[in-house]
Design a protein around this ligand. Sequence first.
Ligand SMILES: *Cc1c(COP(=O)(O)O)cnc(C)c1O
Length: 353
Amino acid sequence: MYPLLRFNKQQILENTQKIVAGAAGHNISITGITKCSGGNYEIAETILEGGAAALGDSRIQNLKTLQDLDCDKWLIRMPMLTEIEETVRFATLSLNSELKTVAALNEAAERQHKNHDILLMVDLGDLREGYFFEEEFVKDLREILKLKHITVRGIGSNLSCTGAIVPTVETYEKFFDFQQLMKRDFDLDCQITSGGASSTYFMLKDDTIPSCINNLRIGEMILLGTDTSNNLKYDTLHQDNFILDVEIIEIKEKPSMPIGKIGCDAYGNRPVFVDKGIRRRAICALGKQDTTMEDLTPLDKHIEMIASSSDHLILDITDCDQNYHVGDIVSFRCNYASALHASTSEYIRKAAF
Ligand SMILES: *Cc1c(COP(=O)(O)O)cnc(C)c1O
């Protein structure tokens, strides 16, 4: 059955080991983020084997899939009020920024006779989640510390997302300020100071990583060997860990220019074509509802991607050395975006090898 998304376990293991070893030199632990692989069990296991201190995912469903793995599991998107019971059941720790939510977690933890750990998120300027103002943080923390089934393990911050803010030494001054504030006002030491994601890792290599960070939540670098936010490809890491195999369902010689008056496609876009005369075209059974086409790279360098619709991907195979036939499989390398989408498509079979 195709499409098939193949994960390379050995390469993901090696990536994890290198990243964990690099961080250990700076006393930084790595939480392996599995969301890009749709919470795949074998990948999660591989990341743990590679030395990650904990696993994290943005979706509680994925953490539920991983429930048999004996490790700390973080819910890295703030819990919805409608998923509080599951959060306490399937996550050992969650990232939070709302008193109301933390109070609900406390009640659920009491019902389940458990403790639930949290990190409080601090917004360093990227303007996604977290406390921006110290007064609001202090006010909520005062209430949170009264909750009997909640343990504040520390703070976290997230960058390179909404505002695409690049982590710098200056960016993290605010992170340190919040840690000092907790010590000064509450005599609270942060066990975990989770400073960021793959986009912060380059600071380890540059040796500029602030000492107020002792944890990073790493997904993209482990799974894909890249850091898209900073446009970095790590030479020491494997990048071809997610390969998407798709099947050819039609091969025909056709003109490269459509015939007739050009309007808009099903997505409201007006396509542009180059007249190259008659070309050999293959249609593959893969579409926009499976993944983002522009984020796939054919392993056969002579293939040109022409167009795609909801369920069809059209390739120009005229210049290929290989003689493709209907029923043959064409393989593509995924980047972060296409891996994320393909991993969560129900129509795509997944296999780790
Ligand atoms: C996705 C995510 C991460 C991991 O980011 P990568 O770029 O894949 O390393 C870390 N923290 C949070 C809150 C996230 O949403």
